[in-house]
Write a protein that binds this ligand. Structure first.
Ligand code: IPE
Ligand code: IPE
Ligand code: MG
Length: 241
């Protein structure tokens, strides 16, 4: 793959896009304005990612805990997701972006589910960038659903509990078709992971930046990706001489 910048292997970058609400509140604007601005940022970041050598970009858009927010905010966010898919579909397809979703979509409106399924189908042959959006995603919920799948196999007599491996567990997670993230970035200064990819990020590197998501620029992403290239990942082993 042609690369305009050597990333030193940040093949899969996952981003916890946080700070939309504060960005708007700082300006005395409604929180939804921040979310709209955040969606604009997503477009820019998706466009620049392949030039940074990123092959997989996974973004956290709505957590299983975000239903606790006001109805207005939740519905507003759902509307933004639907509009993003409708308005960006042609561009994403033209730019070779394969779009996928992770999370429990059964709780989303049937209209949104149809849009999600439609764009997954439409872009499934593309591979310049693998864009995965986590909507109604929670790592614990994902693992719980995976355990149910394996338990059903055991109950049906098709699987021996002693034969369960970590690869088998990975194969029933929502991320079964994705490599593990190399770099996880969280914006907005919070230094927690809020239920994002806990199984998959066991060996990921983390970057926490104070920048609020609507201000997160392609330049900052390039800097974090370059810094990743200088990190020494040992995966439990010993540094090679
Ligand atoms: C992140 O921004 C987007 C979502 C969680 C949907 P927030 O809405 O969490 O913004 P803050 O953290 O309140 O500033
Ligand atoms: C994490 O942000 C979820 C998303 C970015 C979608 P939150 O704002 O929901 O997380 P907490 O509440 O600060 O942990
Ligand atoms: Mg937040």
């Amino acid at each position: 793959m042609a690369r305009t910048q050597d990333t030193g292997g940040a093949r899969h970058v996952a981003i916890i896009m946080d700070g939309n609400g504060r960005w708007a509140t700082n300006r005395s604007w409604p929180r939804l304005v921040g979310h709209r601005k955040g969606a604009e940022r997503v477009k820019q970041i998706v466009r620049c990612a392949p030039d940074l050598g990123i092959e997989y970009l996974t973004i956290y858009a709505f957590s299983t805990e975000n239903w606790k927010r006001s109805t207005e905010e939740v519905l507003g966010l759902m509307g933004i997701f639907a509009r993003y898919i409708e308005r960006e579909a042609d561009r994403l397809a033209a730019e070779g972006v394969r779009m996928r979703f992770i999370g429990d979509r059964t709780m989303l409106s049937s209209r949104l589910q149809k849009l999600m399924q439609g764009i997954e189908e439409r872009t499934k042959h593309l591979s310049r960038l693998n864009l995965t959006v986590a909507i109604n995603y929670g790592g614990r919920d994902e693992v719980t659903r995976a355990v149910r799948t394996l338990a059903a196999e055991v109950a049906a007599g098709r699987l021996d509990p002693a034969g369960i491996t970590d690869r088998m567990i990975a194969s029933v997670l929502d991320t079964r078709d994705l490599p593990d993230p190399d770099l996880v970035i969280r914006t907005s200064g919070e230094t927690r992971t809020s239920n994002f990819l806990p199984w998959q990020s066991a060996y990921a590197e983390y970057e926490f930046t104070p920048t609020l998501w609507p201000d997160f620029s392609p330049d900052e992403l390039a800097q974090l990706v370059a810094r990743f290239g200088n990190r020494d990942r040992r995966f439990g082993g010993v540094k090679q001489a």
